[in-house]
Design a protein around this ligand. Sequence first.
Ligand code: 13P
Length: 337
Amino acid sequence: MDVAKLNEVAKKLVAPGKGILAADESVATATKKLEKAGVPSTEESRRDYRQMLLTTPGLGEYISGVILFDETIRQKTAGGRSFVDVLTAAGILPGIKVDQGTKEMEGSPEEKVTKGLEGLPERLAEYAKMGAKFAKWRAVITIGEFAGRRIPTDANIRKNAKDLAAYAKMAQEAGLVPIVEPEVLMDGANTMAVCAEVSTRVLTALFKELKNAGVAIEGIVLKTNMAVPGKLSGEKATPAQVAEATLAVFNAVLPKELLGQAFLSGGQNDVEATANLDAMNSKPQPWKLTFSYGRALQDAPLKAWVGKPENIPAAQSALLKRAKMNSLATLGKYQRE
Ligand code: 13P
């Protein structure tokens, strides 16, 4: 395992003023997204959509890496260039989602565990050969109540932490920087304080398992949620309050060797996700705090594009704007739009 090389790639991913574009929706998720925008989902329309995003002129100024899905990493632009080549030429690192979605946890079906460890070393080796420099695995933690007990259970947190650690070790052995993503969902009726408490349990378990598995912490990027009130809670929190609650969790549990954390947007609207990130960066922090947004970067360009070639320039400029706003937020220099 070449820790120095992994560390170098991790540093590039969280470089000042840069963040990650998550464009790794599975076929099912991409289909939902496209159909909601009135675009029929076919292999070709998904390719056209990703081509629009990834060929945005100037994207490399704000975006350090793009997470691709298996279908996309194998696709080419209409002009015949592989997406890996397009990104590499733009100075952007290509990455790949390697989990295979979630399934119900045995004995606690309201909770999820992530699929994809079987055969993972072979898949990682293939992606590395195709030019991927980093990987991503997402674990999902649900807050709520089931059969009279509160979830997440410790068993669910431990299982997801162990699987994330096993994945991270395999990714590092294959020469890929693992993005380690435990996502505490923000769609429940819980308060921000409960989100912070659950996030603390999840991250504590995660770093224990990463260390047990021999993962080089300086060669990973964490991707986790902000501490926010659940969507159904009715509670509102300002960016300063979200930053305070989130940073309290991080200060309690994140190790110093960790280079950076790239937030998921998790259903926040795009301006909110930018403002919250900016608030986190209003003071220097021990880790680089950046973005790895899917919806908060893609919603605006998708709405502008709606599958029409004549809308590509407007859609690309919508993406570039969100990328630039989030770049400013990584530096604590964002001005509310
Ligand atoms: P969102 O920013 O839409 O939450 O997506 C990020 C991601 O990659 C989730 O796995």
